[in-house]
Design a protein around this ligand. Structure first.
Ligand code: ARG
Length: 282
């Protein structure tokens, strides 16, 4: 007897084990305002921030990933946003150089971590905020860097990163101050697939993204506003904050598994999941 099978192809997304760097929000507070999300008159519950951060750390280790912890330093309340400290590709760490004086000292804490860990550390000469403005897609075009500018990182740093990391860097112009870092508007879902909110980019950069990534998962303004793009994905599990329900549905429809964590306190500083997590690419 002949049987007919319906052609229902569900894409099987494959996770890959990752190594991350995080820094606990022990000294976290909103003591200054350097992005539109920060309001120094809104109280921050540091205890709750620590609990939420701990949940995030456990979630990532629970998915089988290695999480290194960077020691937090007093008077550096934004150190919890560990993504900003450097950008690593193939064992090379391109160091950060922060735009605002309040965060400048974070760069050397990250530098010490990489130097002690045997990374090839490359000191930056240009202003750049690490993985906040750089994303890496190992399987797109043989290894592609996406780089944001407009608010924090300078375009000259894109050229420097390209040179030091030896991968092509595509410059993308961020135009909405609410989405001041690339990682608030775009994320890698796996080694070749991205998701992004087009409205955060200039018309020219939107065209570039459409050309390079015709299969991208498109997010809308509400997704970006809920920090839904500020996600960490291992290629299958997509960790995002629990307010970003719309975004969770979109990644699920694209074959990924959303994993929700609550990060309300960290949002007060203008960040969410991805801001708290630097990926280490040995
Ligand atoms: N308060 C921090 C700042 O304005 C938030 C950084 C968020 N980090 C990120 N990767 N987007 O610099």
């Amino acid at each position: 007897m002949q049987r007919t099978y319906s052609l229902c192809v569900t894409q099987q997304r494959m996770p890959r084990n990752r190594t991350y760097l995080m820094c606990p929000p022990e000294h976290y507070e909103v003591a200054y305002a350097i992005n539109p999300w920060m309001d120094t008159t809104t109280p921050v519950d540091t205890e709750l921030a620590l609990k939420q951060w701990e949940r995030l750390r456990e979630t990532l280790s629970g998915l089988g990933h290695t999480v290194h912890v960077l020691a937090p330093e007093p008077y550096l309340p934004d150190m919890v946003y560990a993504a900003n400290g450097a950008f690593t590709v193939d064992g090379v760490a391109y160091g950060a150089r922060f735009k605002y004086a309040q965060r400048t000292a974070e760069a050397s804490a990250h530098r010490s971590f990489y130097e002690a860990g045997g990374w090839q550390f490359r000191a930056p000469t240009q202003t750049n905020e690490g993985e906040g403005d750089f994303a890496y897609l190992p399987a797109a075009y043989g290894g592609l860097i996406l780089a944001g500018y407009g608010f924090r990182t300078e375009p000259d740093a894109h050229a420097e990163a390209q040179d030091m990391l030896r991968r092509p860097a595509v410059s993308l112009h961020l135009v909405d101050p609410r989405f001041y870092h690339l990682d608030t508007a775009l994320a890698a879902l796996d080694d070749r697939t991205i998701t992004y909110y087009p409205g955060a980019f200039s018309a020219g950069s939107q065209q570039v993204l459409r050309q390079l990534f015709p299969d991208a998962v498109l997010a809308d303004e509400a997704d970006a506003y809920a920090f839904g793009l500020n996600l960490v994905s291992d290629g299958r599990n997509v960790v995002l904050n629990s307010e970003a329900i719309g975004m969770a549905r979109k990644v699920e429809a694209a074959g990924y598994t959303p994993v929700l964590v609550e990060l309300s306190e960290l949002k007060k500083g203008g960040g969410s999941v991805k801001c708290c997590v630097a990926e280490l690419r040995p």
